[in-house]
Design a protein around this ligand. Structure first.
Ligand code: HEC
Ligand code: HEC
Length: 350
């Protein structure tokens, strides 16, 4: 055989597997594919403020490369080591439907994939990247779950100047768990939460204070804390002050740097602030993002209730409104937001 051919044969044998792998079991999640016991380097976690996904039950795992650390220099936006992997499993009605997977493949690059579970629940295979699978399984009468495309993943996960990870940070993993968080799941015993990361030396440049005072959202009341946490988890991947839609001027990111409730971006950019979105039953120019005491004039609530594809918020990721969250925020708007005159209130007479 000619030397050139020998060389190309050797290269082909060494070539990396096609990536992402065709089966979930090839991503390294499981130690045992039959029992679904996870591998030794894979750890469970549960964010205290979950994303609403039509009531899906979720399990989440992380695997950090051996000996690596997460850089917490920016407490609100951690930097992960190359090789970090995350999984998120979705179940409806007790049946596994899909397991999403992200992996940091370079300093600025993340790989996205989702694996669809077979009818017999024995294995999960790669979903089509370009289109996902629309209307895959029925989750409520006449409502079917969409398996997202990779473009959908990116639309929610990628943002300016931060890593793609959305639910794994100081606030989400803090042992100060919010008892009022909608759809809250308990912390996971033995999981890789904030305390475990600190104790196991997996965080660098973390503030010392996190050891003594677990981070929590500074807010005016327990209910306000839960509202801000919900908006942070469900809305701030788009609504922050850095990403392309920052020009909208609505930031719903809960900041650990905020020392008081009134310092929170959501309080400053939503409460009493006029909305570009005009509600049909409200006189022109009088819709507010969050109108103190007035749920009907609050665009945030109207858009959370909507599921029409046009005005619904978030625009993707769910087909049913999150009634528990709408209730929480409505009660807060009605009972706790002050009806004081606001410079930004277009009516000036709240
Ligand atoms: C509608 C927005 C949205 C879409 C679309 C979306 N995600 Fe996410 N994802 C989130 C949010 C918000 C979280 C964190 C909150 C949670 O887990 O409940 C998250 C969490 C995750 C996690 C756990 C790690 C983390 O970032 O917290 C993985 C893995 C993941 N998503 C993968 C994917 C993949 C792969 C796709 C596409 C197939 C996808 N996601 C599509 C919003 C989205
Ligand atoms: C995937 C990105 C994305 C997510 C997540 C998202 N939004 Fe939006 N939002 C947008 C975009 C883009 C616009 C501007 C275009 C429009 O109004 O439809 C917008 C506009 C808005 C507006 C009108 C802005 C104004 O001038 O008052 C409100 C209110 C709003 N969103 C609320 C929310 C709430 C509440 C959530 C979470 C429950 C949320 N959004 C989640 C993308 C998103």
């Amino acid at each position: 055989m000619a030397p050139a051919l020998l060389l190309s044969a050797a290269l082909a044998a060494d070539a990396p597997q096609p990536w992402p792998p065709p089966k979930l079991s090839d991503t390294g999640l499981y130690r045992d594919d039959a029992t679904l016991a996870v591998a030794d380097d894979v750890r469970a976690f549960s964010p205290q403020y979950p994303l609403w996904s039509d009531g899906a039950a979720k399990l989440r795992w992380v695997a950090l490369p051996k000996g690596s650390t997460i850089d917490a220099t920016d407490p609100d936006a951690w930097r992960f080591p190359v090789g970090t992997r995350f999984w998120k499993q979705f179940s409806f009605g007790g049946r596994r439907v899909e397991t999403r997977y992200i992996e940091k493949t370079g300093e600025q690059t993340w790989l996205y994939a989702t694996y669809v579970w077979s009818e017999d629940q024995r294995e999960a295979t790669l979903a089509p990247a370009a289109k996902g699978l629309r209307n895959h399984v029925e989750i409520a009468p006449g409502v079917r779950h969409d398996i997202p495309s990779v473009a959908d993943c990116r639309a929610c996960h990628e943002g300016a100047g931060r890593d793609a990870v959305l639910g794994y940070g100081a606030l989400q993993l803090s042992s100060s768990r919010d008892p009022l968080a909608p759809h809250a799941e308990p912390a996971i015993a033995g999981g890789l939460d904030l305390d475990a990361l600190l104790n196991e030396g997996r965080l660098k440049n973390a503030p010392d204070a996190w050891r003594t005072t677990p981070p929590a959202i500074a807010a005016d009341s327990p209910r306000a804390r839960a509202v801000l946490g919900y908006l942070h988890a469900n809305c701030s991947n788009c609504h922050n002050d850095q990403d392309p839609i920052a020009s909208v001027g609505l930031s719903l990111r809960a900041s650990l740097a905020a020392g008081s409730g009134s310092d929170q971006p959501a309080m400053r950019t939503a409460v009493g602030v006029g909305s570009k979105f005009q509600l049909r039953d409200v006189p022109a120019g009088q819709t507010l993002r969050l109108a103190p005491g007035d749920t009907e004039r609050s665009a945030v609530l109207a858009r959370m209730r909507a599921r029409d594809g046009m005005s619904q918020m978030p625009p993707t990721g769910s087909k049913l409104p999150d009634n528990a969250a709408v209730q929480l925020i409505s009660d807060w708007v009605r009972e706790e937001l002050q009806r004081t005159a606001s410079a930004t209130d277009p009516l000036g007479k709240l």
